[in-house]
Design a protein around this ligand. Structure first.
Ligand code: SF4
Length: 362
């Protein structure tokens, strides 16, 4: 099938997705142009912000790619105090972000679950619940997800990282703590509880093929997710996957493949929210803007107090670790204006796809 025919479809086959991911030259340009056109038609030129709060780097898991893994003894562990979390949320509100996203290493003990419930309730008290709350706190029981939903969180991001089970176990240990089936069940629980549910993958992993990436996009579509976050894989020297750093595509290729994944998914799921991940900016100073032009519509500026950010490095050399929120905001407004986009301030920026389904009672 010609590229022009594929670009006018939303129900793409695995082969058609692979054709788009392999596009070069004029075909690649057509893919990016079409993805931007689709995004502007369905979502306008707005970008939604989530003030990111990296609550804690204490984690019970040891994913093979992650610098925060509990087996990395070089990391100084921290957990923000309640006051620090509330201050971050108040700052997000003051800056007009509309939403916060709380991210943490994975824990499921009672003290952690109770603490998150409490923090969500406290954040909802700010200006009568005016802040939307996204959580990204890993695998939990359906009961925990329900508690946090009832406390006031309404979006949850749980990245599958690789939808192919074989690949999943090449980037996670094969043991009871890192169970692919459980990850899938958790995504189903989140959908059942009623969260706007998001997932995502890393792009350019060792052992990853175009078939894997095409299957990832089909997985998001099949689950009918409300949001997706995808970013390039960046190896961390203090992790087992570092040993394979010479077997991955060069940074420019991983970046380009990420942009193609974003653009292709925008064609397949025109109304979902898609994050321009910080990892894009780490590989390319213009990476965030390129992701927005390829079809992303969400940015997560980091509001974690600066002294803790160096200890929340899933991958090394993370962009914006030293920026102050006020600097981030003015840089962001300018850089988005330069590419014909603007932040929609003081709004939750929910997924249009999700809200439409909800309105139809689905
Ligand atoms: S990816 Fe998440 S769950 Fe896995 S080790 Fe890192 S912080 Fe823990």
């Amino acid at each position: 099938m010609s590229i022009d025919e594929i670009l006018n479809k939303t129900n793409l086959t695995c082969e058609e997705i692979k054709q788009l991911l392999a596009a070069e030259g004029e075909d690649k340009k057509k893919l990016f142009d079409r993805a931007l056109q689709v995004k502007l038609k369905h979502l306008d030129n707005y970008v939604h912000l989530r003030g990111l709060i990296e609550y804690s780097n204490i984690c019970t898991k040891y994913c093979l790619y992650c610098g925060v893994r509990c087996k990395n003894l070089k990391v100084e562990r921290y957990q923000l105090s309640d006051e620090e979390v509330i201050e971050c949320a108040k700052l997000a509100h003051k800056l007009g972000y509309g939403s916060v996203a709380i991210q943490s290493g994975e824990r499921s003990d009672k003290a952690f679950v109770d603490k998150i419930t409490h923090l969500v309730q406290e954040i909802k008290k700010i200006d009568n619940g005016s802040l939307g709350i996204t959580l990204s706190l890993g695998e939990q029981t359906e009961e925990t997800y329900r508690r946090w939903f009832e406390a006031g969180a309404h979006r949850y991001l749980l990245r599958i990282e690789a939808s192919n089970e074989d690949l999943y176990y090449k980037i996670h240990p094969r043991d009871e703590k890192h169970d692919f089936k459980k990850r899938l069940d958790c995504i189903d629980s989140l959908l059942k509880v009623g969260f706007q549910t998001g997932s995502g993958v890393m792009i350019g992993l060792p052992f990853q093929s175009l078939d894997d990436l095409a299957s990832d996009l089909l997985f998001f579509k099949q689950k009918d997710l409300a949001m997706v976050g995808m970013g390039p894989f960046i190896p961390h020297p203090d992790t087992p996957l570092w040993a394979y750093k010479d077997q991955i595509p060069p940074a420019e290729k991983r970046m380009e493949l990420t942009l193609k994944m974003i653009a292709t998914l925008r064609l397949m799921m025109p109304e979902i929210n898609m994050v321009a991940a910080t990892a894009n900016q780490t590989l390319d100073p213009q990476g965030r803007e390129k992701a927005i032009l390829a079809g992303a519509n969400v940015i997560m500026p980091n509001l974690t107090p600066n002294e803790f950010r160096e200890n929340y490095l899933i991958y090394p050399d993370k962009a914006n670790v030293k920026d102050k929120p006020s600097q981030t905001q003015s840089k962001l407004d300018e850089s988005l204006a330069a590419i014909g986009h603007k932040v929609l301030y003081n709004a939750w920026g929910d997924s249009v796809a999700f809200m439409r389904k909800k309105a139809l009672g689905q």
